[in-house]
Design a protein around this ligand. Structure first.
Ligand SMILES: Nc1ncnc2c1ncn2[C@@H]1O[C@H](COP(=O)(O)OP(=O)(O)OP(=O)(O)O)[C@@H](O)[C@H]1O
Ligand SMILES: [Mg+2]
Length: 403
């Protein structure tokens, strides 16, 4: 097992005390990480779907849905999750039924921390031996990058709010501020940027996973952050090879890595875009933004970048500016992934208070738009936004898109 790969464990038991005992017993195990706790069977099933643990420690007798039923459901719906049943001596007749339902091993309460970790490692390693391909697949974060070659279009706003929204839904998410000279993620989320990417790369020596981990900032929402250097003078120290190593090291630990970028197309940006699964190209309905977006797409296609990975996000959308979504989609020849409306007051208040609007103003139109974007990312569906009636934009359209 790679040094940075940890076995993700979910504890399902209605006894709070037992859950915290297990947490404590596993606390010293570097290779095992408790990612969540469920107090009843229904919660166990829901968290299993959301958090994708490798192993669930499952009590037999739980309210709402017992451990046997949860195990049966998981065997059908998520066969990659390894269930370890936990029960007291007098319930041992259930173990046979549990194994039949799909459990891989069992523990009789009370158990020692040695028994506990040996059992978890045992079922995990057996699974790893049987299906190494599955681990490889599930252990890579999906990388999303908010990109634009024009400043001020809303990359930081969208990246921070999307990242928080994913974290709120229990997804292990990391936001990396790769706007290395003037990164705004720290101030946008009201975080002290003492821990940042420069600390990882400043010395010539090799970058180690522990050095990277030590420089991750934990936001109260559950989101992890890798912040930009404190001053622009430090930005040059971060090289393409560093970015590659950081992504490769952190990828197994997260489900999503989101990049906020600078408005330029330098080596670091190209490295990030190369490693990105979905590039969200942000533009606004301003003529200069559309011109830049067109140029950006042309450059990407000139360097044979896979344009299929690039989707458009229209930010600060307002009606009656003479440009229709259809014009944009046709002119830029890439699909619109998402449209975020203009709401200056919400965006600005949230920004000035250092609290993203998905938390501060969850009922705002901006928060709704971000939730919809999150839904789409989680369902991986790229549906084309309904077109609007064509606008009276012909002259400018011709000028920019040349048609
Ligand atoms: N949908 C929106 N409605 C209204 N204002 C918005 C919206 N999105 C972003 N803004 C505002 O636009 C400004 C620029 O946003 P932001 O800093 O996110 O852009 P950026 O692309 O990251 O800029 P930079 O080039 O500085 O990195 C901010 O004041 C932000 O509050
Ligand atoms: Mg920014």
């Amino acid at each position: 097992m790679a040094s940075n790969r940890r076995i993700k464990v979910l504890i399902a038991d209605d006894m709070v005390e037992l859950r915290s005992n297990i947490r404590r017993m596993l606390g010293s195990q570097d290779s095992i990480q408790v990612i969540g706790e469920a107090g009843d069977g229904e919660e166990a099933l829901r968290l299993a779907k959301e958090m994708h643990p490798h192993v669930i420690l499952m009590d037999i007798n739980m309210p709402k849905l017992d451990g046997l039923k949860v195990t049966e459901a998981l065997a059908k719906e998520q066969p990659n999750i390894q269930v370890v049943m936990m029960s007291i001596q007098s319930e041992q007749e259930y173990f046979r039924r549990a194994m039949k339902a799909g459990a891989k091993d069992y523990l009789t309460k009370p158990f020692s921390s040695g028994d506990l970790s040996d059992t978890i490692l045992g079922v995990f390693n057996k699974w790893l031996k049987d299906r190494p391909d599955l681990l490889e697949e599930e252990s890579k974060a999906e990388i999303l990058t908010f990109f634009a070659t024009k400043g001020g279009v809303g990359r930081t706003t969208l990246a921070t709010n999307l990242a928080i929204s994913l974290a709120k839904r229990g997804k292990r998410t990391l936001l990396i501020d790769s706007s290395l000279q003037f990164g705004d993620v720290a101030i946008t989320l009201n975080q002290n940027a003492g821990k940042n990417i420069y600390n990882i790369v400043e010395k010539e020596e090799e970058i180690t996973p522990s050095k990277i981990e030590a420089n991750i900032t934990h936001h109260p929402s559950g989101l992890d952050l890798l912040l930009a250097p404190l001053e622009p003078a430090y930005a040059d120290a971060v090289k393409t090879s560093h970015i590659k190593t950081i992504i490769e090291t952190l990828s197994p630990a997260y489900q999503f890595i989101i990049f906020d970028t600078a408005s330029q197309m330098g080596n670091n940006e190209l490295q990030i875009l190369d490693q990105t699964g979905l590039v969200l190209l942000v533009c606004t309905l301003e003529i200069s933004s559309l011109k830049n977006t067109k140029l950006c797409l042309k450059t990407l296609s000139d360097i044979r970048f896979d344009i299929g990975k690039v989707k458009l996000v229209i930010n600060k959308d307002i009606s009656n500016v003479g440009i229709s979504r259809k014009d944009i989609e046709e002119g830029l020849a890439i699909p619109i992934f998402s449209v975020v409306p203009m709401d200056y007051e919400t965006a600005q208040t949230a920004l000035n208070q250092g609290e993203p609007f998905v938390l501060k103003f969850p009922r705002s139109i901006l928060a709704h738009a971000m939730e919809a974007m999150t839904d789409k990312i989680l369902s991986s569906g790229v549906e084309v936004i309904e077109e609007e009636p064509a606008g009276a934009f012909l002259k400018l359209k011709k000028l920019i898109f040349g048609s």
